[in-house]
Design a protein around this ligand. Sequence first.
Ligand SMILES: Cc1cc2nc3c(=O)[nH]c(=O)nc-3n(C[C@H](O)[C@H](O)[C@H](O)COP(=O)(O)O)c2cc1C
Length: 330
Amino acid sequence: MNLSTRYLGLPLVNPIVIGASPFCDNVAVARQLQDAGAAALVMHSLFEEQIEAEQRALTHHVESSAESSAEATSFYPAYAEYQLSPDNYVRQLGRLKADLTIPVIASLNGARPGGWTEHAQRLESAGADALELNLYQLATDRAVDGEEIEERMRETVQAVVRSVRIPVAVKLSPFHTAPANFVAQLEAAGAAGVVLFNRFYQPDFNLEELEVQPALKLSESSELLLRLRWLAIISPHAGCSLAASGGIHASEDVVKALLAGAHCTQVVSVVLRHGPRVISSLLGGLRQWMERKGYEDVGQLRGALNLSRCPDPAAHERANYIRILQSWRV
Ligand SMILES: Cc1cc2nc3c(=O)[nH]c(=O)nc-3n(C[C@H](O)[C@H](O)[C@H](O)COP(=O)(O)O)c2cc1C
């Protein structure tokens, strides 16, 4: 049975990739993930703010930078609070490359063009097989419209793509007005793949302390449905690689993401919950399902349930929406 796939032009032994997360910080854990069958590893992100802070530090203007507002910068973690400094990140990438045989994908997180994008070159030089650029941004400013935000994002992608020769994937939020069109724009900007989707951390309220309570809850399988919908819509026309991220917890979830059109699936929460060995059971379940259904190659699954044969996906989705609401009786 052939589980191999290609993602960002990289050959992967199977479609299960460790998504961006702290697993990369410990080489022994990364090795366990590889031994359990993980096909590639995405490092956690280096943040635009972190790289810019280092660049300012290098020119001795950390606290007195003219262009940074003291109030805004005070929200951010102090330089030492980040998991890895940009230098240590590059060193850790080197260690992972020396120890692992699977591809290692470095990750940058930022949505505005700027000098920080040049850091991509250092990641390429340190041996990264590809880059993932996470465009995390919450649009809170009433004065800035979607077109301006997406224009900045496109410029950022272009700047990163132009500074390296390795492939660049873009990790997207589901909250774009026209995700299919935006993916086409990212392809035109040089993206070799997109990761659907970013998972926003959502702060809760603490009713005793009357405070906002930041919380990072692990995902559930139900979150995969949003990914399936957009993979099924985008995959028939995408010229780039597609990764599903968010809500992959069982081998059935891997199968569904492939059927919707993903080239690979990224997992984080399930591994945080159950440890590295869960990868081998996900792969075992994938093999069993394929055997039961008579598939010999994961390539046969890819996109089999996408909307490629649907002449009007928008009408199809709307019709299903109306039908499902009408099916409820009280
Ligand atoms: C502890 C933790 C750290 C994460 N760090 C990053 C990160 O640095 N960069 C990034 O793009 N995503 C990061 N993510 C998001 C994951 O890569 C992934 O997109 C998300 O958890 C959804 O996948 P899951 O349902 O398999 O957990 C992190 C998630 C967790 C739980």
